[in-house]
Ligand binder design. Structure first.
Ligand SMILES: [Zn+2]
Length: 284
């Protein structure tokens, strides 16, 4: 796995790959309709068909601004859930930040792409009997439809969201909803795409018109191995939409030479996707 303190300068930001534990998910679910003989070479499964899944938030720094791009799965898991998903909570996000000399109090903004528990579970922390924002000085941002889903997940979405991941932030008045295409901070844009979830977004850092730009793919492209438009996870709620937005954004990122940031890839935190006809390959 990539070292927790790998950093790259791009688009006026210093971007550092962090870690927040790890988990395992069923290989079939991670690969959807892709046949096992194709995916098992890329992501070798265990005897129970589970594959290793990285949980990799990124720190983006520019002067005094310290942005956490995605927060991780956190530590509020019971034994049953840990066993099912083989969740490891160490090294935690706070450990990972400490290894690069950043305290939770120093985080100024947290930008989330969606509110699935493996991406947003670390947003809040338990303090005694209470749940409080884990980053006490930060403003949090998440797509509006994702906040709504997390508060009131319907039958289909119940397994992916937990109301207690967002309610403490709303109670503290620190969670801001965003929609569409928006510049959340100078040089940091969010684009709500949907497909994987109703409101999943990608985040860009830098100048989108040039190659001096990074794109945080979130679960739109969860690993470098998922870089073909049709390699869509079984978790995706709207497969046709996923195919459309993935095709569009993969082409854009490759054309402009953006650096990709990968949340769930166990080997690569950073990679450019290079297009060869209809196929994409990851380059260093
Ligand atoms: Zn995920």
């Amino acid at each position: 796995m990539s070292s927790a303190s790998e950093s790259i300068d791009v688009g006026g930001w210093r971007i550092t790959a962090l870690v927040d534990g790890s988990m395992r998910l069923d290989g079939g679910a991670m690969w959807g309709v892709v046949p096992k003989p194709m995916w098992e070479k890329l992501t070798p499964p265990d005897a129970d068909n589970a594959i290793a899944i990285a949980i990799r938030p990124f720190l983006a720094e520019r002067g005094d601004v310290k942005v956490l791009v995605e927060c991780g799965l956190g530590d509020r898991w019971d034994e049953k859930w840990k066993r099912i998903y083989r969740i490891e909570t160490k090294p935690s996000l706070v450990d990972s930040l400490a290894s690069v000399g950043v305290a939770p109090e120093a985080i100024t903004h947290v930008v989330a792409t969606h509110c699935h528990w493996d991406h947003f579970g670390a947003a809040v922390a338990r303090r005694g009997d209470e749940l409080v924002p884990r980053f006490p000085r930060a403003r949090y941002f998440a797509p509006r439809i994702e906040i709504e889903n997390a508060r009131r997940p319907d039958h289909v979405r119940r397994a992916s969201y937990r109301p207690e991941d967002v309610e403490p932030l709303l109670a503290a008045g620190v969670l801001e909803a965003y929609d569409g295409d928006v510049e959340l901070l100078p040089g940091l844009h969010a684009h709500v795409l949907g497909g994987h979830s109703d409101g999943v977004a990608v985040i860009t850092l830098g100048d989108e018109a040039t190659s001096d730009c990074a794109v945080f793919w979130s679960d739109v492209v969860p690993t470098t191995h998922h870089a073909q438009p049709a390699y869509i996870m079984a978790f995706d709620i709207d497969v046709a939409r996923s195919f459309r937005v993935r095709s569009e954004w993969l082409a854009r990122a490759a054309e402009r030479g953006w650096l990709g940031l990968f949340y769930h890839d166990t080997e690569r935190a950073f990679a450019k996707l290079v297009r060869d006809g209809k196929r994409y390959t990851a380059s260093a």
